[in-house]
Design a protein around this ligand. Structure first.
Ligand SMILES: [Mg+2]
Length: 156
């Protein structure tokens, strides 16, 4: 469990982290350097989930040795599919990370949503739906491993 204690707000107990794959954990279908050790560390705190349209058909092989669950979604209503997956876990216990248009509902409805820019860019609607925007996945995962950074960003 990852407690987020933002001043003047209820403490949020994050139990699940849901990540998009392409544009988030990977570029051109390949895991981004530095992701593996961070996901391994994160998996000792929370359950790690990857949900993806798998544009490059590489998610299963790239993630094979990592401590995470993988959900590959279909062609249609991908934003709804991602949201429903998070809802099944309990939205109030989910922190979500993504970059695409199909991550927008997930980022908006999760307890905390982080939108990434990286090499693929971010869908503007998804960026506006998120709570935090990071340039790089390594920075986003380091926020989770050093949650005082999130507190500093989110306090008011
Ligand atoms: Mg993406």
């Amino acid at each position: 469990m990852l407690p987020l204690a933002i001043p003047n707000e209820e403490v949020v107990a994050i139990e699940h982290v849901i990540l998009d794959f392409n544009g988030t954990l990977a570029v051109d279908g390949k895991l981004i350097s530095g992701v593996v050790p961070r996901l391994e560390a994160l998996s000792s705190l929370v359950t790690v989930h990857v949900i993806t349209a798998d544009t490059n058909a590489s998610a299963r092989s790239e993630l094979a040795s990592l401590p995470c669950t993988l959900k590959i979604i279909g062609r249609d209503k991908q934003d709804q599919a991602k949201l429903e997956y998070a809802r099944s876990l309990g939205l109030g216990r989910v922190l979500a990370v993504g970059n695409g248009r199909n991550d927008g509902l997930l980022l908006k409805n999760a307890a905390l949503g982080i939108c990434l820019i990286q090499q693929e860019g971010a869908a503007v609607a998804s960026m506006l739906a998120a709570d935090i925007v990071c340039v790089d996945i390594k920075d986003a995962l380091d926020l989770l491993l050093q949650p005082h950074r999130i507190v500093a960003t989110m306090r008011n």
